[in-house]
Design a binder for this molecule. Structure first.
Ligand SMILES: [Fe+2]
Length: 336
Protein backbone atom coordinates (compact mmCIF):
# COMPACT_ATOMS: atom_id res chain seq x y z
CA UNK A 1 0.00 0.00 0.00
CA UNK A 2 1.28 3.43 -0.92
CA UNK A 3 2.37 5.88 1.75
CA UNK A 4 0.21 8.94 2.40
CA UNK A 5 0.98 12.47 3.51
CA UNK A 6 -0.16 12.71 7.13
CA UNK A 7 -2.23 15.79 8.00
CA UNK A 8 -0.67 18.51 10.13
CA UNK A 9 -1.67 18.11 13.81
CA UNK A 10 -2.71 21.81 13.92
CA UNK A 11 -4.03 24.44 11.50
CA UNK A 12 -1.47 26.00 9.16
CA UNK A 13 -1.54 29.34 10.97
CA UNK A 14 -1.27 27.81 14.46
CA UNK A 15 2.50 28.31 14.81
CA UNK A 16 2.55 31.89 13.62
CA UNK A 17 4.57 34.08 14.06
CA UNK A 18 7.41 31.59 14.73
CA UNK A 19 6.57 29.54 11.65
CA UNK A 20 4.21 31.20 9.20
CA UNK A 21 1.22 29.57 7.49
CA UNK A 22 2.95 30.19 4.16
CA UNK A 23 6.03 28.23 5.31
CA UNK A 24 3.88 25.36 6.57
CA UNK A 25 1.84 25.34 3.40
CA UNK A 26 4.97 24.93 1.30
CA UNK A 27 6.94 22.79 3.73
CA UNK A 28 4.13 20.33 4.40
CA UNK A 29 2.04 20.68 1.28
CA UNK A 30 4.89 20.75 -1.25
CA UNK A 31 8.19 19.48 0.20
CA UNK A 32 6.89 16.70 2.44
CA UNK A 33 4.26 15.75 -0.14
CA UNK A 34 7.00 15.47 -2.78
CA UNK A 35 9.02 13.05 -0.60
CA UNK A 36 5.94 10.83 -0.20
CA UNK A 37 5.12 10.91 -3.89
CA UNK A 38 8.72 10.16 -4.93
CA UNK A 39 9.04 7.35 -2.37
CA UNK A 40 5.88 5.67 -3.66
CA UNK A 41 7.16 5.90 -7.20
CA UNK A 42 10.59 4.50 -6.28
CA UNK A 43 9.34 1.50 -4.33
CA UNK A 44 6.59 0.43 -6.71
CA UNK A 45 7.12 -3.20 -7.75
CA UNK A 46 10.30 -3.53 -5.66
CA UNK A 47 11.20 -5.46 -2.50
CA UNK A 48 10.46 -2.28 -0.52
CA UNK A 49 6.81 -2.12 -1.52
CA UNK A 50 5.55 -4.35 1.29
CA UNK A 51 7.84 -3.00 4.03
CA UNK A 52 7.00 -0.61 6.83
CA UNK A 53 8.61 2.82 6.52
CA UNK A 54 11.18 2.06 9.24
CA UNK A 55 12.09 -1.21 7.50
CA UNK A 56 12.63 0.59 4.19
CA UNK A 57 14.92 3.10 5.92
CA UNK A 58 17.04 0.42 7.54
CA UNK A 59 17.11 -1.81 4.46
CA UNK A 60 18.19 1.01 2.12
CA UNK A 61 20.55 2.84 4.48
CA UNK A 62 23.81 1.17 3.44
CA UNK A 63 23.26 0.75 -0.25
CA UNK A 64 24.43 3.36 -2.74
CA UNK A 65 22.05 1.83 -5.28
CA UNK A 66 19.09 2.59 -2.98
CA UNK A 67 20.22 6.09 -1.98
CA UNK A 68 17.12 7.77 -3.48
CA UNK A 69 14.81 5.38 -1.65
CA UNK A 70 16.68 6.03 1.60
CA UNK A 71 16.60 9.82 1.18
CA UNK A 72 12.88 9.98 0.45
CA UNK A 73 11.88 7.38 3.06
CA UNK A 74 14.06 9.15 5.65
CA UNK A 75 12.57 12.52 4.82
CA UNK A 76 9.02 11.14 4.99
CA UNK A 77 9.76 9.73 8.46
CA UNK A 78 11.60 12.88 9.64
CA UNK A 79 8.87 15.30 8.53
CA UNK A 80 6.02 13.16 9.91
CA UNK A 81 7.95 13.23 13.20
CA UNK A 82 8.84 16.94 13.00
CA UNK A 83 5.23 18.16 12.77
CA UNK A 84 4.53 16.54 16.15
CA UNK A 85 7.64 18.10 17.70
CA UNK A 86 6.00 21.54 17.48
CA UNK A 87 2.82 22.90 19.00
CA UNK A 88 1.25 26.32 19.52
CA UNK A 89 2.57 27.92 22.73
CA UNK A 90 5.26 25.28 22.96
CA UNK A 91 8.70 25.64 24.48
CA UNK A 92 8.70 25.86 28.24
CA UNK A 93 10.28 22.94 30.01
CA UNK A 94 10.01 19.16 30.24
CA UNK A 95 8.55 17.45 33.29
CA UNK A 96 8.97 14.21 35.20
CA UNK A 97 11.49 11.61 34.09
CA UNK A 98 12.43 13.59 31.00
CA UNK A 99 13.25 16.68 33.10
CA UNK A 100 15.44 14.55 35.36
CA UNK A 101 17.27 13.12 32.37
CA UNK A 102 17.82 16.57 30.85
CA UNK A 103 19.40 17.59 34.15
CA UNK A 104 21.42 14.40 34.59
CA UNK A 105 22.59 13.82 31.01
CA UNK A 106 22.70 17.30 29.47
CA UNK A 107 23.46 19.54 32.44
CA UNK A 108 20.03 21.22 32.57
CA UNK A 109 17.63 22.98 30.21
CA UNK A 110 19.89 25.98 29.46
CA UNK A 111 22.71 23.68 28.44
CA UNK A 112 20.27 21.69 26.29
CA UNK A 113 19.19 24.92 24.57
CA UNK A 114 22.79 25.86 23.81
CA UNK A 115 23.79 22.46 22.49
CA UNK A 116 20.60 22.00 20.44
CA UNK A 117 21.06 25.35 18.69
CA UNK A 118 24.77 24.59 18.20
CA UNK A 119 23.97 21.19 16.69
CA UNK A 120 21.63 22.86 14.17
CA UNK A 121 24.15 25.60 13.40
CA UNK A 122 27.09 23.23 13.02
CA UNK A 123 25.25 21.06 10.53
CA UNK A 124 26.82 22.26 7.28
CA UNK A 125 24.29 22.28 4.47
CA UNK A 126 20.99 20.47 4.97
CA UNK A 127 20.07 18.25 7.90
CA UNK A 128 18.42 17.92 11.26
CA UNK A 129 19.03 18.72 14.95
CA UNK A 130 17.85 16.04 17.38
CA UNK A 131 17.32 15.21 21.01
CA UNK A 132 17.78 11.45 21.21
CA UNK A 133 18.21 8.59 23.63
CA UNK A 134 21.54 6.90 23.06
CA UNK A 135 22.57 3.91 25.20
CA UNK A 136 20.06 4.88 27.89
CA UNK A 137 21.11 8.55 28.05
CA UNK A 138 19.88 11.73 26.42
CA UNK A 139 22.11 13.24 23.75
CA UNK A 140 21.92 16.14 21.31
CA UNK A 141 23.08 15.32 17.81
CA UNK A 142 22.62 16.38 14.21
CA UNK A 143 22.26 14.24 11.09
CA UNK A 144 22.94 15.13 7.44
CA UNK A 145 20.32 15.41 4.71
CA UNK A 146 17.46 12.96 5.30
CA UNK A 147 19.09 10.60 7.79
CA UNK A 148 16.93 9.67 10.79
CA UNK A 149 18.63 8.72 14.13
CA UNK A 150 17.30 5.15 13.95
CA UNK A 151 19.97 4.41 11.35
CA UNK A 152 22.63 4.78 14.05
CA UNK A 153 20.52 2.98 16.68
CA UNK A 154 19.29 6.12 18.45
CA UNK A 155 15.75 6.80 19.60
CA UNK A 156 14.45 10.23 18.59
CA UNK A 157 12.58 12.44 21.09
CA UNK A 158 12.63 15.86 19.37
CA UNK A 159 13.66 17.17 15.96
CA UNK A 160 14.16 20.46 14.22
CA UNK A 161 14.47 20.66 10.44
CA UNK A 162 17.40 22.88 9.44
CA UNK A 163 16.97 22.61 5.69
CA UNK A 164 16.58 26.14 4.28
CA UNK A 165 13.03 25.34 3.12
CA UNK A 166 12.08 25.07 6.82
CA UNK A 167 12.90 28.69 7.69
CA UNK A 168 13.95 30.78 4.69
CA UNK A 169 10.61 32.51 4.08
CA UNK A 170 10.39 33.60 7.73
CA UNK A 171 14.03 34.04 8.75
CA UNK A 172 15.94 34.17 5.43
CA UNK A 173 19.52 33.19 6.31
CA UNK A 174 19.09 33.48 10.09
CA UNK A 175 19.00 29.81 10.96
CA UNK A 176 20.02 30.50 14.55
CA UNK A 177 16.91 32.62 15.16
CA UNK A 178 14.72 29.86 13.82
CA UNK A 179 16.41 27.31 16.10
CA UNK A 180 15.98 29.62 19.12
CA UNK A 181 12.28 30.12 18.25
CA UNK A 182 11.87 26.34 18.02
CA UNK A 183 13.33 25.73 21.49
CA UNK A 184 11.68 28.73 23.18
CA UNK A 185 8.21 28.78 21.56
CA UNK A 186 7.49 25.62 19.59
CA UNK A 187 9.14 22.56 21.19
CA UNK A 188 6.52 20.00 22.19
CA UNK A 189 7.94 18.53 25.42
CA UNK A 190 4.80 16.42 25.98
CA UNK A 191 5.47 14.63 22.70
CA UNK A 192 9.13 14.13 23.69
CA UNK A 193 7.99 12.64 27.02
CA UNK A 194 5.63 10.26 25.17
CA UNK A 195 8.52 9.19 22.97
CA UNK A 196 10.65 8.54 26.05
CA UNK A 197 7.90 6.34 27.52
CA UNK A 198 7.58 4.51 24.22
CA UNK A 199 11.29 3.74 24.36
CA UNK A 200 10.81 2.20 27.81
CA UNK A 201 7.76 0.29 26.67
CA UNK A 202 9.66 -0.94 23.63
CA UNK A 203 12.41 -2.47 25.77
CA UNK A 204 9.92 -3.84 28.24
CA UNK A 205 7.83 -5.38 25.49
CA UNK A 206 10.88 -7.01 23.91
CA UNK A 207 12.05 -8.44 27.26
CA UNK A 208 8.55 -9.74 28.01
CA UNK A 209 8.24 -11.36 24.57
CA UNK A 210 11.60 -13.12 25.08
CA UNK A 211 10.62 -14.42 28.52
CA UNK A 212 7.32 -15.70 27.19
CA UNK A 213 9.02 -17.47 24.28
CA UNK A 214 11.52 -19.17 26.60
CA UNK A 215 8.69 -20.15 28.94
CA UNK A 216 6.70 -21.69 26.08
CA UNK A 217 9.76 -23.66 24.92
CA UNK A 218 10.44 -25.07 28.39
CA UNK A 219 6.77 -25.89 29.01
CA UNK A 220 6.55 -27.76 25.71
CA UNK A 221 9.34 -30.06 26.98
CA UNK A 222 11.34 -29.58 23.82
CA UNK A 223 14.41 -28.38 25.67
CA UNK A 224 14.47 -31.57 27.82
CA UNK A 225 14.01 -33.78 24.78
CA UNK A 226 16.86 -32.08 22.97
CA UNK A 227 19.20 -32.50 25.95
CA UNK A 228 18.27 -36.18 26.27
CA UNK A 229 18.82 -36.84 22.55
CA UNK A 230 22.25 -35.21 22.72
CA UNK A 231 23.20 -37.33 25.72
CA UNK A 232 22.04 -40.56 24.04
CA UNK A 233 24.04 -39.74 20.94
CA UNK A 234 27.17 -39.08 22.96
CA UNK A 235 26.88 -42.29 24.93
CA UNK A 236 26.11 -44.47 21.90
CA UNK A 237 28.10 -45.43 18.77
CA UNK A 238 28.02 -41.86 17.50
CA UNK A 239 29.74 -40.80 20.69
CA UNK A 240 32.48 -43.42 20.14
CA UNK A 241 33.13 -42.07 16.67
CA UNK A 242 33.20 -38.56 18.07
CA UNK A 243 35.66 -39.50 20.78
CA UNK A 244 37.91 -41.30 18.26
CA UNK A 245 37.87 -38.27 16.02
CA UNK A 246 38.65 -36.10 18.99
CA UNK A 247 41.58 -38.31 20.03
CA UNK A 248 42.88 -38.28 16.47
CA UNK A 249 42.65 -34.50 16.48
CA UNK A 250 44.64 -34.36 19.72
CA UNK A 251 47.32 -36.67 18.29
CA UNK A 252 47.49 -34.52 15.21
CA UNK A 253 47.86 -31.38 17.27
CA UNK A 254 50.67 -33.01 19.29
CA UNK A 255 52.48 -34.00 16.09
CA UNK A 256 52.26 -37.73 16.84
CA UNK A 257 50.98 -38.49 13.38
CA UNK A 258 54.11 -36.86 11.94
CA UNK A 259 56.28 -39.14 14.12
CA UNK A 260 54.27 -42.16 12.92
CA UNK A 261 54.83 -41.10 9.32
CA UNK A 262 58.56 -40.74 10.02
CA UNK A 263 58.63 -44.25 11.52
CA UNK A 264 56.83 -45.64 8.48
CA UNK A 265 59.34 -43.95 6.20
CA UNK A 266 62.19 -45.52 8.21
CA UNK A 267 60.51 -48.92 7.79
CA UNK A 268 60.32 -48.45 4.05
CA UNK A 269 64.06 -47.76 3.99
CA UNK A 270 64.61 -51.13 5.75
CA UNK A 271 62.32 -52.75 3.26
CA UNK A 272 64.35 -51.22 0.47
CA UNK A 273 67.49 -52.58 2.05
CA UNK A 274 65.79 -55.99 2.28
CA UNK A 275 65.03 -55.88 -1.43
CA UNK A 276 68.62 -54.95 -2.09
CA UNK A 277 69.80 -57.88 0.09
CA UNK A 278 67.46 -60.24 -1.75
CA UNK A 279 68.79 -59.03 -5.08
CA UNK A 280 72.37 -59.52 -3.91
CA UNK A 281 71.36 -62.93 -2.59
CA UNK A 282 69.90 -63.91 -5.93
CA UNK A 283 73.04 -62.80 -7.78
CA UNK A 284 75.12 -65.02 -5.47
CA UNK A 285 73.14 -68.08 -6.67
CA UNK A 286 72.02 -69.10 -3.20
CA UNK A 287 68.41 -68.26 -4.01
CA UNK A 288 67.71 -71.52 -5.81
CA UNK A 289 68.97 -73.84 -3.06
CA UNK A 290 67.15 -71.95 -0.26
CA UNK A 291 63.91 -71.90 -2.26
CA UNK A 292 64.16 -75.66 -2.78
CA UNK A 293 64.67 -76.15 0.99
CA UNK A 294 61.69 -73.97 1.83
CA UNK A 295 59.53 -75.82 -0.71
CA UNK A 296 60.38 -79.22 0.78
CA UNK A 297 59.67 -77.90 4.28
CA UNK A 298 56.22 -76.58 3.28
CA UNK A 299 55.31 -79.76 1.54
CA UNK A 300 56.76 -81.99 4.27
CA UNK A 301 55.62 -83.03 7.77
CA UNK A 302 56.10 -79.58 9.23
CA UNK A 303 54.28 -77.81 6.38
CA UNK A 304 50.91 -77.60 8.09
CA UNK A 305 52.43 -76.12 11.20
CA UNK A 306 54.34 -73.57 9.13
CA UNK A 307 51.15 -72.51 7.41
CA UNK A 308 49.35 -72.12 10.74
CA UNK A 309 52.21 -69.99 12.07
CA UNK A 310 52.14 -67.91 8.91
CA UNK A 311 48.39 -67.38 9.21
CA UNK A 312 48.84 -66.38 12.85
CA UNK A 313 51.44 -63.77 11.88
CA UNK A 314 49.11 -62.30 9.31
CA UNK A 315 46.35 -62.17 11.88
CA UNK A 316 48.62 -60.36 14.33
CA UNK A 317 49.77 -57.86 11.75
CA UNK A 318 46.14 -56.98 11.01
CA UNK A 319 45.45 -56.41 14.72
CA UNK A 320 43.10 -59.35 14.96
CA UNK A 321 45.25 -60.89 17.66
CA UNK A 322 43.67 -58.69 20.35
CA UNK A 323 40.32 -60.26 19.48
CA UNK A 324 41.88 -63.70 19.64
CA UNK A 325 43.37 -62.90 23.06
CA UNK A 326 40.01 -61.97 24.39
CA UNK A 327 38.85 -65.50 23.72
CA UNK A 328 41.21 -66.77 26.39
CA UNK A 329 44.74 -68.19 26.65
CA UNK A 330 43.78 -71.38 24.83
CA UNK A 331 42.80 -69.53 21.69
CA UNK A 332 46.34 -69.38 20.33
CA UNK A 333 48.30 -72.42 19.48
CA UNK A 334 51.99 -72.11 20.44
CA UNK A 335 54.55 -72.41 17.68
CA UNK A 336 56.85 -75.39 17.71
FE1 LIG B 1 11.89 19.90 5.60
Amino acid sequence: MAFELPPLPYPKAALDPHVSAKTLELHHGKHHAAYVKTLNKLIKNTEFERMRLEEIIQASSESAAHRKVFNNAGQHWNHSFFWKCMRPSGGGKPEGALAEMVERDLGGLDRFRESFIAAGMDRFGSGWAWLVVEAGKLAVISTPNGEPPMVSGRHALLACDVWEHAYYLDYQNRREEFLAAFVDHLANWEFAAERLELQGEGSYTAARAYDEAVGRHVRSGRSDEAALAARRAFEGPEGDALRRAEAEGRRHSRGEDRRAAAAAAAGSRVEGEGSYSAARHARSGKQGSEAAAAKSAVEGSKGAEHRRAEAEDRTRSKGEVSGARSQGPGARKPRS
